[in-house]
Design a protein around this ligand. Structure first.
Ligand code: GLN
Ligand code: ZN
Length: 781
């Protein structure tokens, strides 16, 4: 019997949250007890059915495995963990006598319960999607629980579709896991590969029995050089895992996808593996021109799935060039297919839903549905020849040309200003001169402050919704926000904080707020993408040259400052974070775009200074996230990202104290970059890691102000005075008291007022105590 061929056109995955965030609403209704599990299951099944129908209507085949089964209730890594039985001990109680975990249990692992912390969450490769980190120890008892995967396939089959199940592959699963608590020193999850692979083999056998023809195993772990595991070991693991799976007696055909970058030195090992198809990200990666004979022979024997439609951005792009890339692969293998470079999880559903977008701009865009149609077009070209799709290729090229020439895409005034910049624009005065100029801020040792936002109450959200619906005038909305600011200022004075914030009530989101006020950005109505679990963000589209038509934050900051004698921080989002959390134009280097954003922020800083604001914080929580997966690209990235921050802040007077805030504390390669930001004060997350970061920073020669967080704002828990005190005492060991700041880990917008007030009161009290202790110590010495 002839094995079924891999479909000539496919996608690696599709958004699962729903065009109107139906999954979010259903899941949250289930959490709130408003619907039961069977209602949730029914709604999810409805969504899956709609997705299959939609994909078929856009041109993917119904019966040839071209529709991926990529649904998840919360996260695909958690799904895989459950399927292979990798459940941490603290959640074992959730399993029934057969070891199965129901939907409620699944969500408990994702969200925690009581003292049982959820799985940790972290960013998925260089995207803004967060996955749940599996915990693997020497005793993790892997066991197959394939019920959901098999049922998903059967459900599609009953509806007349032959779909392709998608799983995280075994190597990536272990690379993304962390060692379980209590694992011996030096234990690595990858050590358990030999025990995990047989469970995957069993799973493949079950899928085979169910009638699955092709299965997709996602192995993006192979492309990343940022994973903390020696490269040689990763490649060895790849060989071992797929030798075993490929030679399993009963299995579907194997499609191994390697999205997010090129395979690099993992390509020969994958080419040699006994799998039938491999997916290459040809947007971020290239196939080397020179292949060794063994690799060439290996590739020639497989279906090469050309990931040429960009799954990461929203641009219609250069279809003609994409088709060239597909055709180029034909010199390597007689069997080539077309696909997206990554899952379409990272883009919104459908441009057609955006009725308020400028028509010109809409014609340059492709969201998930448009990208599926692009795949179908290229597939037709692959089958019937380029001439068959020439009209579509030409239309895409025409849209590109129109985009390049459209007003606003290249604004001479913006470009001339950037071209005229000299080195001095990127530097401030020496830090000791700045410190001297800032003395009159008259701050105590260990000054207390917060990261910017105060709780976004229901009233604030309701006011914004009413403004959007036109039920509230702009003036009335602004008045409500001013009242909120006044409340937050007086609360901070009562609490005894030293450096105040206005609380950011007027901001829907720390990026969108600026995108709405800058030229060169567009915002969407329904352009939601999943960030984690049921959480979605609606990234803005950065399509043109960026300019600031008017001050963006000055009025709010100035008003807040007018209410207090203590300094109130001006609060801006940095250029890297604005880029990271938007869909950014792909027609010029990111660094060029970042510098345009930086200039707009630089002007904002100048206006804040003129308005009497003495301390300005420029948040860069995404600095780490955009770090390229390939080492060779990291240096250039750090150059432009740090450069754009310095350009934004470089015009600040020596007397202006510049702060920055970074959310995470795993610095690794970015630690030098953080020093080079040259902010006077840097606040970072540290509460959960018990201040470890302080030593790392000290070791790297960091000698500016630093505020390691003493309050974990991810949890409603109120830290006690003694706890904060001991964290601070630990910090003074690594950072001289003269440079230490006292603040929470991050903004307070997701917290409630009760716990916020209690926590801040404890923080202020602890800071006072340590301040006194240190002063006494200094006098005695
Ligand atoms: N200033 C922002 C806030 O407090 C920072 C948020 C962030 O770092 N993600 O909300
Ligand atoms: Zn933060």
């Amino acid at each position: 019997m002839n094995a079924p061929a891999f479909p000539t056109g496919t996608i690696l995955g599709y958004p699962r949250i729903g065009r109107r965030r139906e999954l979010k609403h259903a899941v949250e209704a289930f959490w709130a007890g408003r619907i039961d599990a069977s209602e949730l299951e029914a709604r999810a099944a409805g969504l899956r059915a709609a997705t299959r129908d939609r994909l078929a209507s856009l041109g993917l085949g119904r019966d040839d495995s071209s529709i991926p089964e990529s649904f998840s209730f919360y996260d695909q890594v958690l799904d895989t963990a459950i399927a292979v039985g990798a459940v941490p001990d603290r959640f074992r109680r959730l399993a029934n006598e057969r070891g199965t975990i129901d939907l409620a249990g699944y969500f408990t692992i994702a969200r925690g319960e009581g003292d049982d912390a959820p799985l940790e969450m972290t960013k998925w490769f260089d995207t803004n999607y967060h996955y749940l980190v599996p915990e693997i120890g020497p005793d993790t008892a892997f066991a197959l629980h394939a019920e959901r995967i098999v049922a998903g396939f059967a459900e599609a089959k009953a509806a007349g579709f032959l779909t392709r199940p998608v799983l995280v592959g075994p190597v990536t699963f272990l690379l993304l896991a962390k060692a379980a608590d209590g694992a011996p020193e030096g234990f690595r999850p990858l050590d358990r590969l030999v025990d995990l692979v047989p469970v995957y083999a069993e799973l493949l056998a079950e899928l085979c029995r169910a009638g699955v023809e092709w299965v997709q195993l996602d192995e993006p772990g192979l492309v990343s050089e940022s994973i903390d595991e020696p490269r040689g070991r990763v490649i060895e693991a790849l060989g071992a895992a797929y030798d075993a799976l490929g030679t399993a007696a009963r299995r579907p055909l194997l499609f191994v996808a390697a999205p997010y970058a090129g395979l690099g030195d993992a390509l020969p090992a994958l080419a040699a593996a006994p799998v039938e198809a491999i997916g290459l990200d040809l947007v971020r990666g290239r196939v080397p021109e020179q292949l060794d004979p063994a690799t060439a022979a290996g590739l020639a024997a497989k279906t090469l799935v050309a990931g040429v439609i960009d799954g990461r951005n929203v641009w219609r792009g250069d279809l003609d060039r994409a088709f060239d890339r597909v055709e180029a692969l034909r010199t390597l293998s007689g069997s080539v297919s077309v696909s997206t470079s990554t899952s379409l999880l990272h883009v919104p559903h459908d441009v057609a839903d955006e009725t308020a977008l400028d028509a010109g701009l809409a014609g340059w865009l492709a969201f998930a549905d448009q990208k599926v149609a692009q795949v179908a077009t290229l597939e037709r070209g692959l089958v019937a020849g380029r001439a068959a799709i020439q009209a579509e290729l030409d239309a895409a090229s025409a849209a590109l040309a129109e985009r390049a020439a459209a007003p606003g895409v290249r604004v001479p005034a913006v470009r001339d200003r950037l071209a005229a910049l000299d080195d001095a624009a990127f530097s401030r005065a020496a830090s000791d001169a700045r410190a001297a100029a800032q003395e009159d801020l008259d701050l105590p040792a260990l000054p207390t402050t917060t990261i910017g936002s105060f709780p976004q109450t229901t009233e604030i959200r309701r006011a914004r919704a009413r403004l959007v619906r036109g039920e509230l005038t702009d003036a009335a909305y602004r008045e409500l926000m001013r009242e909120e600011i006044a409340r937050v200022i007086s609360l901070q004075e009562d609490l005894g904080l030293d450096v105040l914030v206005h609380g950011e009530p007027e901001r829907n989101d720390m990026v969108q707020y600026f995108a709405e006020l800058l030229e060169g950005f567009a915002v969407t109505e329904h352009g939601w993408v999943q960030s984690y679990g049921s959480r979605c963000t609606r990234p803005s589209i950065l399509w043109g040259d960026v300019a600031r038509p008017a001050p963006m934050t000055v009025e709010w900051s100035q008003y807040a400052q007018s209410l207090s004698d203590r300094p109130v921080k001006g609060m801006l989002t940095g250029p890297v974070t604005i880029l990271a959390w938007s869909f950014v134009r792909d027609d010029q280097p990111l660094g060029d775009t970042a510098r345009q954003v930086a200039l707009a922020l630089r002007d904002e800083i100048a206006d804040l200074e003129r308005a009497g604001i003495r301390i300005i914080q420029v948040d860069e929580p995404a600095l780490r996230e955009l770090l390229p997966l390939k080492r060779a690209d990291q240096h250039a990235y750090l150059e432009w990202s740090v450069g754009s921050f310095r350009l934004a802040t470089g015009g600040a007077a020596p007397a202006t104290q510049v702060h920055t805030h970074l959310c995470y504390s795993e610095f690794g390669v970015v630690i030098d970059a953080i020093r080079e930001l040259d902010a006077d004060v840097t606040s970072i997350e540290a509460a959960r890691s018990r201040m470890e970061v302080v030593d790392d920073l000290a070791a790297s020669g960091f000698d500016h102000g630093v505020g390691p967080g003493v309050y974990d704002i991810h949890s409603p828990r109120v830290p006690g005075v003694d706890e904060v005190r001991s964290l601070l005492e630990r910090a003074v060991g690594g950072v001289p008291a003269g440079r230490l700041w006292v603040n929470p880990d991050c903004g307070l917008k997701t917290r409630g007022y009760d716990e916020t007030v209690a926590s801040l009161a404890n923080i202020v009290e602890a800071a006072r105590a340590v301040r006194e202790r240190v002063a006494v110590g200094a006098n005695a010495g």
